[in-house]
Design a protein around this ligand. Structure first.
Ligand SMILES: Nc1nc2c(ncn2[C@@H]2O[C@H](COP(=O)(O)OP(=O)(O)O)[C@@H](O)[C@H]2O)c(=O)[nH]1
Ligand SMILES: [Mg+2]
Ligand SMILES: [Zn+2]
Length: 301
């Protein structure tokens, strides 16, 4: 059997592929599917499209990697660049009343999403807990990001609020779930498609590496349409050293205002004639956004 397939998960040199007819297949990958470029971009990752051919025994062989629309790179546990997922067109940034949302983390995600590039959707999950917790902080978060033009959707994996709307938003796209551990990413995946649990089990059996199934990104085909990537574990995704361009894309309101700074290389700290600082003081740029920008800029190359 040969053809084109999408990578559902990768365990070292082993891949789980989904063929164009929807069948799941174990495969091994040829070394260095891509001949040139940085080492971390040469292997197939979750969300990639590959060509495969029959191999020895029951495993296929991935022989070529199709060009990527984008690839998400994050630091591995030693801080080296590592490709996590590819061909993403929408990123679902999930927050919840608990754990408490952190605007610095949301801004970090938004910067990385703009750099991919992909469309962000901010999801406020656990809406069923709102009464019992800090409803004010959630309302402020929705007002802040809604006001900046980002779409915001309330959901509950528990009582089903917003789930049908979310299904609509996912149809026809490849979406990636990100957010702090415990916000409900995996619960949302299950709420979107209760049948997935069975397929998850099937995947784990196929991989023969059950212990990895809890740490490796998986691409799920939703029965309502669309592919959804969930990355278990805490190290889901953080931008890899945003460049000045990434920052401008992640903070369009600051980038636009910066045109009016007296110095074209103004860093918006203590320079005279800084339009960004003036706008923040006048309340036209949210102070938390400027704080996030300066923090990320401090880390940037
Ligand atoms: N009340 C409530 N609890 C939820 C909701 N979504 C997830 N949880 C709970 O939050 C915890 C973490 O969920 P999980 O899906 O594992 O979060 P993940 O780490 O982001 O994948 C679990 O105990 C879930 O049952 C929700 O919408 N409402
Ligand atoms: Mg999870
Ligand atoms: Zn400035």
């Amino acid at each position: 059997m040969s053809g084109q397939a999408r990578v559902v998960a990768r365990f070292g040199a082993e891949l789980i592929l989904r063929t164009e007819s929807g069948e799941l297949l174990r495969a091994v990958s040829r070394r260095n599917l891509v001949k040139h470029g940085p080492a971390h971009l040469r292997a197939a990752v979750c969300g990639d499209y590959v060509r495969f051919e029959p191999g020895d025994g029951d495993k296929a062989v991935a022989v070529a990697l199709q060009p990527r629309r984008n690839v998400l790179v994050r630091p591995d546990h030693r801080g080296r660049p590592h490709a996590g997922a590819a061909n993403i067109d929408q990123v679902l940034i999930v927050i919840a009343p608990l754990p408490t949302p952190d605007w610095g983390i949301i801004d970090r995600y938004l910067t990385a999403v703009a750099a991919l590039p992909a469309t962000p959707l901010l999801i406020v999950n656990k809406s069923d807990l709102l009464e019992a917790s800090d409803a004010r902080l959630i309302a402020d978060t929705e007002a802040l990001y809604g006001g900046l033009g980002y779409p915001v959707l309330r959901t509950s994996a528990k009582n089903g609020e917003g789930i049908e709307t979310l299904r609509e938003r996912l149809r026809g796209h490849t979406s990636l779930l990100v957010g702090q551990s415990g916000v409900g990413k995996s619960s949302l995946t299950r709420a979107l498609d209760p049948g997935l649990e069975v397929r998850v089990g099937e995947l784990s059996a196929l991989s023969g590496e059950g212990r990895h199934t809890t740490t490796v990104a998986h691409l799920y085909a939703l029965s309502s349409g669309g592919d959804l990537i969930d990355s278990p574990g805490v190290r889901d995704f953080a931008p890899y050293q945003p460049t000045a361009d990434d920052l401008a894309a992640g903070f369009p309101e600051i980038a636009e205002c910066a045109h009016d700074c007296r110095f074209h290389d103004c860093r918006h700290r203590a320079e005279p004639g800084c339009a960004v600082k003036a706008a923040a003081e006048a309340g036209r740029i949210p102070p938390s956004r400027l704080r996030s920008f300066l923090e990320l800029e401090g880390n940037s190359a």
